[in-house]
Design a protein around this ligand. Structure first.
Ligand code: ZN
Length: 289
């Protein structure tokens, strides 16, 4: 009998992940933006228009996905998380407020993390994994994930395959991300707050992601695609995503998984590397703050 593997025999595994940030990254830049109606509506487009369209696409193509939802967004739109789960997808923890953990004290980060957990408990949503706002995880982030018994994190970049992180006597599966597989760098544009200044062609984006998928099949990697409904829910971008999924399905040898299922497979794969979180110490005389 062969032991279980994270990839289950696939040449590459695709995790389609949607970060349903909605208004949170903008409010994190300043509460005053609540009065900027163009900006608020630009963000509301994500859950209100993008998510239903994405759910329809995923159902049509028969692929599972993971939706990382800030607690604030779940609270503001009761029923959103439940609808996603009813479609067979996973809802995962994406902080409460979408403030970067690196800007918070340990106590603030704990309060924010646990407030989001409380929201999901109240809504009957079972949470197995976490992604830090802006992927900006701290040591506290990993400790909170371990302490609350979650199975995985998806914020770090130490590999292009899952790996296991030893944190506080527990093991967390890390499902690594990368800037090149994030739609934010391709499509994010807002003049104020300046969240980005590019509007790339979806054809270019499709070409780039297809090339990465091909190479990841060669190296048997995790294609962990990070999309934002307020960006990728727009028509030509969603059709590019459809083409990418259809390409992956036609290629053969590609598995699709929810992050929680991949994390479970990673935990039972005895061949995966076990690491500790980066612990870099730097001399303040050489590297001042
Ligand atoms: Zn986010």
């Amino acid at each position: 009998m062969t032991s279980p593997t994270w990839h289950g025999g696939a040449q590459a595994v695709v995790t389609l992940t949607f970060d349903v940030d909605a208004e949170t990254p903008i409010l994190a830049a300043g509460r005053r933006y609540a009065d900027h109606l163009m900006t608020m509506s630009h963000q509301a487009y994500g859950p209100d228009v993008g998510v239903p369209r994405i759910l329809e696409l995923l159902a049509e193509l028969g692929v599972p996905a993971t939706f990382f939802v800030p607690g604030w967004v779940a609270e503001q739109r009761p029923g959103l998380a439940a609808t996603i789960v009813e479609h067979g997808h996973e809802v995962a923890h994406h902080s409460y407020s979408h403030r970067a953990p690196t800007t918070l004290s340990a106590a603030e980060e704990r309060a924010d993390f646990e407030r989001a957990l409380d929201v999901f408990v109240a809504q009957g949503i079972e949470i197995r994994g976490h992604r830090a706002a802006l992927w900006d995880a701290t040591r506290v982030t990993l400790e909170l994930i371990a302490e609350h018994g979650l199975a995985y994190d998806s914020s770090l970049m130490g590999d292009d395959r899952p790996y296991l992180l030893e944190v506080a006597d527990r093991s967390i599966a890390e499902l690594p991300v990368h800037w090149s597989l994030d739609d934010w760098e391709q499509y994010a544009y807002l003049p104020s707050p300046q969240i980005g200044s590019v509007i790339e062609s979806p054809r270019k984006v499709l070409e780039m992601w297809t090339a990465e998928l091909d190479a990841m099949r060669h190296y048997r990697c995790l294609f962990n695609l990070c999309l934002h409904p307020f960006l990728s829910g727009r028509p030509s971008r969603l059709l590019a995503l459809r083409s990418l999924i259809e390409y992956a399905q036609a290629s053969g040898g590609i598995g699709f998984a929810r992050c929680r299922d991949l994390a479970e497979a990673a935990h039972s794969d005895l061949s995966l590397p076990r690491r500790t979180p980066p612990a870099v110490s730097a001399d303040p005389d050489v590297y001042p703050d």
